[in-house]
Design a protein around this ligand. Structure first.
Ligand code: SIN
Ligand code: FE2
Length: 219
């Protein structure tokens, strides 16, 4: 893919800062890179209480992405379907509280993409290992269609697929790096998206893993 300067808002040192994917969809390049350590230590605390697990799709398949959640509700999948639930089905306890740092990042990233006053109540935490993929899907289990999705990438790079509101619109491929944040909402809120299989590699902070946080207003 060719990326040309006019696609970006340029910073003084002329590093690309933002990439527009569609109306309402933006990559904020390196938005959380400087606080990666703080984010990782919050994630570690959360997954001590609510460990990563491979959920089962309604069709009976084990998802290759391992997941956990924090917030007042968490996204869950099992034979009964996809939904948000207040308790971790593995422990029966409420999901860990969303850290103030997460709320702040999500709010600032959303505002940076033009969505003011975003207050997420759910954060899905995805763990990818080399070979793990997330097939093309829409995020449509949330009640508030006015709120965007804010998606934080940490660790190994990934290729993000971003298409249109219909599955038959061929998705474009965008590289996501450690520290990048993608925001999609408004006219792009229900666009299909996914992650190609993660390539082998090692990243200084996370080793051979990719962790993605997606912030949602679920209720
Ligand atoms: C998602 O679609 O929920 C996650 C996307 C990603 O891992 O970047
Ligand atoms: Fe998604």
């Amino acid at each position: 893919m060719m990326l040309t300067g006019d696609l970006f808002g340029e910073s003084p040192d002329s590093k690309p800062q933002q990439l527009c994917l569609a109306e309402g969809a933006l990559i904020l390049c390196g938005f959380v890179r400087e606080i990666d350590n703080l984010l990782l230590s919050e994630i570690e605390t959360i997954v001590l209480k609510a460990p990563f697990r491979h959920m089962i799709t309604p069709g009976g398949y084990r998802m290759s992405v391992a997941m956990s959640n924090c917030g007042s509700v968490g996204w869950v999948s099992d034979r009964r379907g996809y939904r948000y639930a207040a308790c971790d089905p593995d422990s029966g306890r409420p999901w860990p509280t969303m850290p103030a740092l997460f709320l702040d990042i999500a709010k600032r990233a959303a505002a940076g993409a033009g969505f003011e006053n975003f207050v997420p109540d759910a954060c899905l935490i995805n763990l990818y290992e080399p070979g793990t993929r997330l097939s093309l899907h829409q995020d449509k289990n949330e009640h508030d269609a006015g709120a965007p999705i804010v998606s934080v990438s940490l660790g190994l790079p990934a290729i993000f697929l971003f298409g249109g509101a219909k599955r038959n619109i061929r998705p474009q491929r965008y590289p996501l790096e450690h520290g990048d944040v993608v925001v999609w909402g408004g006219p792009a809120r229900f666009n299909f998206h996914g992650i190609l299989p993660i390539a082998e590699g090692s990243q200084p902070l996370l080793g051979s893993r990719r962790i993605n946080l997606t912030f949602r207003k679920a209720l």
